[in-house]
Ligand binder design. Structure first.
Ligand SMILES: C/C(=C\CNc1ncnc2c1ncn2[C@@H]1O[C@H](COP(=O)(O)O)[C@@H](O)[C@H]1O)CO
Length: 242
């Protein structure tokens, strides 16, 4: 794992082009030499957990903001990301994102411009990626699953802006952990009513009506376009914690 404070390019990992550490762990096809290195990889994984725990332990109350990596600054979701990042910072929260472009950059921008703490938990990808310019403290992870645990452990709630597969993964992971009581009092706010309504309707019409989920599962989600409502929910959860 690499670490930096302030903007700048990610350090080079000296890895084969087009391959990531996660991929070399998970993709077991091909040369069996990789298999024999798995026990040693555990030490790398362990090191990422140790460094993450060490570097994030003093963060204070934080909210993670997720959303599409692919939207430009002109997109309305980007503007919403800036607003929610700023409002969360104004309310005293550290804002944590994946440190990438799009909605992540927007939330980091809002937090930084409001004078708040703006954290980016980046991930090694097959192409050269860098933490966005609005991250004031950043960590770069090799392993997705280690990084995902850091979001859950060091934030008190999630704000989920319109996004794609990565965003859905983050949202459903939080729902799964809440449903199974691995995390408690963890607000999940979906911002962007138009974007999310279709998914919620499908969950009601299919998952709920087929008894694959309960109404209480859907109640974990708050759907809104209202930044003040989103922040108020996070503040209420923080107050309940205190
Ligand atoms: C697509 C491009 C770069 C991607 N870079 C990312 N950096 C950090 N985190 C990322 C990146 N891509 C996805 N994520 C995580 O998933 C969520 C967004 O995924 P989606 O599929 O776009 O919804 C996001 O919250 C991140 O945590 C090239 O510009």
């Amino acid at each position: 794992m690499t670490r930096r404070s302030g903007p700048g390019p990610r350090p080079s990992k000296g890895r084969p082009e087009g391959s990531t550490t996660d991929q070399r762990l998970l993709d077991s096809r091909g040369d069996s030499d990789w298999v024999h290195t798995d026990p040693w990889r555990v030490l790398k994984i362990q090191a990422e957990f140790v460094e993450g725990f060490n570097d994030l332990a003093e963060l204070g109350p934080a909210i993670a903001v997720f959303g599409s990596a692919r939207i430009p600054p002109e997109n309305p979701s980007y503007q919403l990301g800036v607003k929610i990042g700023g409002a969360l910072a104004d309310a005293g929260f550290t804002v944590i994102t994946g440190g990438g472009p799009g909605a992540m950059e927007a939330a980091n921008k809002g937090a930084t411009e409001a004078g708040g703490e703006s954290v980016g938990l980046g991930i090694e990808l097959p192409w050269e990626a860098r933490l966005n310019d609005y991250v004031t403290f950043g960590l770069n992870f090799r392993y997705f699953f280690v990084r995902k645990m850091m979001f859950v452990k060091y934030s008190q709630g999630y704000v989920v802006l319109p996004g794609g597969i990565g965003t859905l993964d983050e949202m459903f992971e939080a729902m799964t952990l809440s449903q199974t009581l691995k995390i408690t009092t963890f607000p999940i706010v979906l911002m962007g009513v138009e974007h999310w309504s279709g998914l919620i309707d499908w969950m009601k019409g299919s998952m709920l009506s087929d008894a694959r989920i309960r109404q209480s599962d859907l109640d974990m989600l708050t759907l809104t376009d209202d930044v003040d409502e989103a922040v108020a929910l996070m503040v209420a959860a923080r107050d309940r914690h205190a």
